[in-house]
Design a protein around this ligand. Structure first.
Ligand code: NAD
Length: 313
């Protein structure tokens, strides 16, 4: 029988995209999600073969139950957003740190082959060196970043101490179709596109010159698949990005180009806990995992714009 993959947070943006790829590759998929920010439509779109466990990462029994018969885990479930964690650090810790401990402990018990963990570029924090490479000492500046780094450390320690193979993927601002603009903590790309499509002003925090290594979802899915099956990478952390950066003003200009008109911009306060620039070195993931970004920034932005325009969300 085909291998069973457990995807925590599989109803979310990235988890459901990883699930799609696993199914395409012939694997079986189980999803553990509490639908706090994920959507039932994302699971339904995967088809009937997917096993859904509606449960909570904070509940060890739910996580254990989900782990039965599982060969690989894609641990995507988390409370995303720096801003949310600044508002409510306790819940970020509960889900992102304690929840990850539950995943690792249950994976160990169940003899899972590998856990691929969704870490974040936010672990680098305010270190000014660019591009960020994996040898830099992390310096998180938000509760969210602390929680992602803590779980990454647990992954490495579980690999070393207990032989649970783990791979941490430090995603740099992921975007793509299916990323929801609906939450108060939505990411900038869907928020801007949504505002533009509705004829509302784009809300730009600060001067808009803060830049990110925006990474289209297909590149992240590729890294996840290689993370499950690559040799010699257990216990390691890798940047997942394109190796370039774009600022918010560029995004606004690009969306204006797609819309074929000027867009109103409303500059508001800088967000607490945000870092000014991120840009990744992707040397490590290229050399150790054979990863290559296949969709660039502008092409990805166009596909995302078109999908949101067609009402993909
Ligand atoms: N989107 C990005 O740019 C980005 C960047 C860096 C890291 N990440 C990480 O990638 C992962 C996926 O992010 P996403 O953008 O798909 O976010 P998302 O909010 O769309 O997905 C997260 C999923 O986790 C589920 N979840 C949350 N709390 C849960 C709980 N207690 N129990 C069970 N399920 C729970 C949600 O319902 C949702 O389906 C997260 O771990 C996030 O920290 C994302």
């Amino acid at each position: 029988m085909a291998d069973l993959y457990l995807i925590t947070g599989g109803a979310g943006f990235i988890g459901s995209s990883v699930a799609e790829e696993i199914l395409r590759q012939g694997g079986r998929v189980r999803i553990l999600d509490n639908f706090s920010s994920g959507f039932r439509e994302n699971v339904e779109a995967l088809g009937e073969g997917v096993d859904l466990i509606e449960g909570d990462l904070r509940n060890f029994d739910d996580v254990r139950r989900s782990m039965e018969g599982v060969s690989y885990v894609s641990h995507q479930g988390a409370l995303r957003s720096v801003e949310r964690s600044v508002d409510d650090p306790m819940s970020s810790n509960d889900v992102n740190v304690a929840g990850s401990m539950h995943v690792l402990a249950a994976a160990r018990e169940a003899g899972v082959r590998r856990v691929v963990y969704a870490s974040s570029s936010s672990v680098y924090g305010d270190s000014t060196e660019l591009p960020k490479h994996e040898e830099l000492t992390p310096s998180p500046v938000s509760p969210y970043a602390v929680s992602k780094l803590a779980a990454e450390h647990y992954c490495r320690v579980f690999s070393k101490l207990y032989g649970v193979e783990t791979v941490s993927l430090r995603y740099f601002n992921v975007f793509g179709p299916r990323q929801s603009p609906k939450s108060q903590y939505a990411a900038v790309v869907p928020l801007f596109i949504n505002a533009a499509l509705k004829g509302e002003p784009l809300e730009i925090h600060g001067d808009g010159k803060q830049s990110r290594d925006f990474t289209y979802i297909d590149n992240v899915v590729q890294a996840n698949w290689k993370g499950f099956h690559g040799d010699g990478i257990a216990g390691e952390a890798f940047n997942v990005a394109c190796g370039e950066r774009h600022d918010l003003l560029e995004i606004a200009d690009l969306i204006a180009k797609f819309c074929g008109r000027e867009l109103e911009r409303n500059h508001v306060e800088t967000r607490r806990g945000d870092v000014k620039h991120t840009e990744a070195s992707i040397d490590k993931i290229q050399s150790m995992m054979g990863y290559e970004p296949t969709v660039g920034f502008e092409e990805g932005m166009k596909m995302t714009f078109d999908a949101l325009k067609q009402g993909a969300n």
